[in-house]
Ligand binder design. Structure first.
Ligand code: SUG
Length: 448
């Protein structure tokens, strides 16, 4: 069997990290609308997570931020003139559109793409489908840069295939890996890919949420599975419970997380809990893996506590000793019900025997926890050697990046600061330098 490791590609937080309240259905984004952010602290919190996990021996890399503001968007909707003129007119006439063009959202790389490792695909390559994120204006513009970035990192077509985003229409709403989990005996072996969808465009009988939007459709998940050449026996489509979407669970990764053969999930995660587990068990039998479900009961942790603490937006990481670490945000220790539950979980003789806690408050205030911040890419040794090496986290890169953040990032950004044309210049200067640091020339529009 091929040796493979799971890399986590964390989003490096950009210099204009801000809270714009753009995500209806994402409780944190809506509650922190128009508050002041601290981009420097946000970037350092993210880097600290990457550094700690890399130092622990986990394969860790990063995805660079996107250029901000998104002048492509602003110019396409009629703001013309110099960059400074575009910004000032957008701020005057449509400040919400300027904040969409300045959105921090590409930092949540779980939404960048869906990834199928080569052990699962028909042509034996690692496949990526860039997510169209078409449920939200501010996110629907990410895919152009995301495709360019992924193609720069995974350029070798003998090993990698990067597919463009699905057609940008509600029937194909696709939010990437946030609704995708791979279950397997180990990362190098064939696995079962579990796609969780919020609604089905062409099935009027399927339940749908009433209050908040379901961002992922069944049709999109099926299209991704086709593009990646997945074996029908090993692709499973499960519906998320729409009632939890209406309580703020805007992605499956806010209510469930899987790793290897373990599925850590909330009792109310799926429309049909027993049927979903059954389907998974049968599919996993085909890859000689036995499902180990860890169910969290509503009586122990309510959906509101899960959304407030982001317990399930944790990373479940396999350690060298065969056990697993759960990487959680600080908020989990501050929520009494969740903290109590975690003590019981650790004391049990299940697969999880360690808790790693991070302060990610700057990201959490926009509804992004540890799992939102990372894109999982399982790579065998040949693939890991073939990808771009400049983004792999180690002590030297960490030191260079913290220095770079210290030099370029502000420690306070209020909504009105987005009108300052100097901010756009600062962002471009910082990103221009970053591309040199990471060895990724001509990554951005403004460099072309
Ligand atoms: O899409 N927040 C993101 C958070 C994404 C979290 N990702 C996962 N769960 N995988 C979103 O709702 C808020 C931006 C703002 O309001 O400024 C935002 O886009």
């Amino acid at each position: 069997m091929t040796h493979a490791r799971e890399f986590n590609f964390d989003g490096l937080v950009g210099p204009s990290h801000n809270y714009a309240g753009l995500s209806f259905g994402n409780v944190a984004s809506f509650s922190n609308v128009k508050s002041t952010s601290n981009p420097k602290e946000a970037a350092l919190q993210g880097l600290a997570k990457m550094r700690t996990l890399a130092a622990r021996g986990f394969a860790q890399a990063l995805l660079p931020p996107q250029a901000r503001p998104n002048f492509r968007l602003l110019r396409s909707i009629g703001f013309t003139g110099s960059d400074a003129e575009v910004i000032s007119r957008a701020f005057r006439e449509a400040p919400v559109l300027l904040s969409a063009a300045y959105s921090a959202s590409p930092m949540w790389t779980a939404n960048a793409a869906t990834v199928s490792p080569s052990a699962d695909t028909a042509d034996g390559r690692c496949h990526f489908t860039v997510a169209n994120l078409n449920n939200k204006l501010h996110r629907s513009c990410e895919h152009t840069q995301t495709a360019r970035t992924l193609r720069a990192l995974f350029a070798d077509e003998r090993h990698f295939a990067v597919h463009d985003a699905l057609p940008p229409t509600p029937a194909f709403g696709d939010e990437g890996a946030a609704n995708h989990t791979r279950l397997c005996a180990n990362h190098g072996a064939p696995g079962v890919e579990m796609f969780v969808y919020g609604r089905a465009e062409f099935d009027a009988a399927a339940p749908a949420p009433k209050r908040f939007p379901a961002r992922q459709t069944l049709e999109a998940s099926q299209a991704v599975a086709r593009l990646h050449g997945l074996d029908a026996q090993r692709a499973v489509f499960i519906q998320q419970d729409p009632e939890t979407i209406d309580q703020g669970v805007f992605h499956n990764d806010v209510i469930a997380v899987g790793n290897a053969n373990v599925l850590f999930y909330h009792q109310q995660a799926f429309v049909d809990e027993a049927g979903s587990l059954d389907t998974l068990r049968r599919a996993m039998a085909g890859v000689q893996a036995e499902l180990v479900p860890i169910r969290v009961d509503t009586a122990d942790v309510s959906v509101a506590d899960a959304v407030g603490s982001y317990l399930f937006n944790s990373q479940l990481l396999s350690r060298a000793n065969g056990r697993m670490a759960l990487v959680v945000p600080q908020e989990c220790r501050e929520n009494p019900a969740v903290d109590r539950y975690l003590e019981i979980l650790l004391a049990s003789d299940g697969p999880i025997d360690e808790l790693v806690t991070f302060d990610l408050r700057q990201s959490m205030r926009n509804g992004g926890g540890p799992a939102c911040l990372r894109l999982r890419v399982a790579l065998n040794d040949a693939e890991a050697a073939a990808m771009h090496q400049g983004v792999v986290m180690n002590e030297a890169l960490y030191a260079r990046l913290t220095e770079w953040v210290g030099k370029h990032y502000r420690d306070r950004l209020a909504p009105a600061d987005l009108a300052d044309p100097q901010l756009a210049v600062e962002v471009q200067t910082a990103l221009d330098e970053l591309t040199v640091l990471l060895g990724l020339p001509n990554l951005y529009d403004f460099q072309r």
